[in-house]
Design a protein around this ligand. Structure first.
Ligand SMILES: [Zn+2]
Ligand SMILES: [Zn+2]
Length: 74
């Protein structure tokens, strides 16, 4: 048995898959570079309202419209 890390979403800052949810809803923190991010409900790139992808899977949190990241550094 390998202790396979449960790889999560990729951090927009360092590119490592270590983004983890914090105790605050919609807030994430990269445990690799320790940057904090918040999940935007509106795409910063195209202004489209995103359907927020739940963290049930290791999905990237992307805009359905333009594919841009919905994570903003906070
Ligand atoms: Zn990071
Ligand atoms: Zn967009």
């Amino acid at each position: 048995m390998t202790t396979e890390p449960n790889l999560g979403p990729v951090c927009p800052n360092c590119g490592e898959p270590w983004l983890r949810p914090t105790s605050l809803p919609g807030r994430y923190r990269c445990v690799y570079c320790l940057h904090r991010f918040e999940l935007r409900s509106v795409c910063p790139d195209c202004g489209e309202h995103g359907t927020i992808v739940r963290m049930s899977n290791s999905m990237e949190m992307q805009c359905n419209h333009c594919g841009g990241s919905l994570l903003a550094e906070s």
